[in-house]
Design a protein around this ligand. Structure first.
Ligand code: KG4
Ligand code: ZN
Length: 363
């Protein structure tokens, strides 16, 4: 095996069809990262429709892979590996990606690597920064929310997570009930910038419970009630009402994530890491207020804080290619019996927490 390794990544576990090429040559370089979103396809349905998502992935994957290779100025023959998200996620979408990767691998003889989507998010900080193991990871997206101690590329200990919805789901629902566009996170964040976070008294669920488990479904309901209260009083919502509701919601989520991160940090620091680091990843990690809250927390505890660039927080295939590279470097590859998994927890020793959410299987 040469020192330079080049891997194509393929991601299709939810509503983004993505392909990327990452090269490891001392450091990891993202040579290309292409994401075809599906927002418009699901817009009329108030959430991701699994069958529509799977069909769209199947239609777009070939083009997406071609784009990623051409933007990297490479052809299939330049690749050392083909990494694909093999779970967890919406099974139809995951299958589309796995079938595409298997086809490419079978036709070319290039090794196939089935990657855990959550590992992709969790290791993204190592793709973009020099971070030593162990580090504490807050993985927070549309389908997931968990604290993990990353001890190695395939050694994770889950400290806690959401017992119901993921924060991204709550952002999306909030946008929906306020008539803001999807995906909800960016539109709620934008509206919140002009709002008063104190006008509406919203709950901070589970802060009274020890540990770092979280819950966000009650906050969604509280938002609905708050909106209904304003509508009943004024027969509608002004832009200022919308902004105040968004600001209140974002501040509640931030408070919960920061306080639970403080507790997770206490656990993690017991391991005495030499360079303690909190990393955040997943779509919700794109939120500036949440990033700022976590940054402050880390500054207070003398812990380094890292968050990947926004494009690598939301679903992408560079993170999948990167995990593929770490596996390929150890010659840890799969064969054509690789199967798609709707569930695939990173910490097999932790009790399962969740069922299926709107944005797919959770772990
Ligand atoms: O990681 P991701 O792309 O997909 C999943 O694996 O779920 O995360 C998508 C989620 C969506 O719920 C979206 O609303 C949320 O991330 N999101 C944000 C922001 N940007 C995306 N949430 C809050 N603030 C943002 N700026
Ligand atoms: Zn994701």
């Amino acid at each position: 095996m040469t020192d330079t390794l080049t891997v194509l990544g393929i991601e299709s576990s939810c509503d983004d069809t993505a392909a990327a090429v990452v090269r490891l040559n001392g450091t990891a370089d993202v040579l290309s990262s292409v994401v075809y979103g599906q927002t418009a396809l699901h817009a009329d349905f108030g959430g991701v429709v699994p069958e529509i998502a799977a069909r769209a992935h199947a239609e777009k994957l070939d083009h997406c892979v071609e784009d990623a290779l051409s933007q990297a100025n490479l052809t299939l023959s330049d690749l050392d590996g083909i990494a694909v998200t093999a779970g967890p996620g919406l099974i139809g979408g995951v299958l589309s990606g796995v079938m595409c990767a298997k086809g490419l691998s079978a036709a070319t003889g290039i090794p196939l690597i089935g990657v855990n989507h959550l590992a992709g998010h969790a290791l993204t900080p190592r793709l973009t920064d020099v971070i030593a193991y162990p580090f504490l990871m807050l993985l927070v997206s549309g389908g997931h929310c968990q604290f993990l101690i990353a001890k190695g590329p395939d050694d994770f200990k889950r400290l806690g997570g959401t017992i119901d919805d993921a924060p991204g789901e709550a952002f999306d629902k909030t946008a929906r009930i306020l008539g803001l566009p999807q995906p909800g996170g960016p539109s709620v964040e934008k509206a919140a910038a002009n709002g008063d976070p104190k006008r509406f008294k919203l709950p901070r669920p589970l802060l009274d419970r020890e540990g770092c488990d979280m819950s966000f479904s009650g906050l969604k309901t509280a938002m609905l009630r708050a909106r209904d209260g304003v509508v009943a009083e004024k027969q509608g919502l002004t832009q200022a009402d919308q902004a105040d509701l968004c600001a209140g919601f974002q501040s509640a989520i931030t408070d919960v994530l920061v306080e639970k991160s403080r507790r997770a940090l206490t656990e993690y620091l017991k391991l005495n890491p030499t360079t303690p680091t909190l990393a955040v990843a997943g779509g919700v990690a794109a939120n500036t207020a949440i990033r700022a809250g976590l940054q402050d927390l880390c500054a207070k505890h003398d812990v380094a804080f890292t968050a990947p660039p926004l494009a690598l927080c939301t679903d992408n295939a560079a993170m999948i290619a990167y995990v593929g590279l770490t596996r390929l470097a150890k010659n840890d590859v799969d064969d054509l019996t690789l199967s798609a998994r709707p569930r695939w927890p990173l910490d097999n020793t932790a009790a399962p927490m969740l069922g299926f959410g709107k944005k797919g299987a959770k772990a």
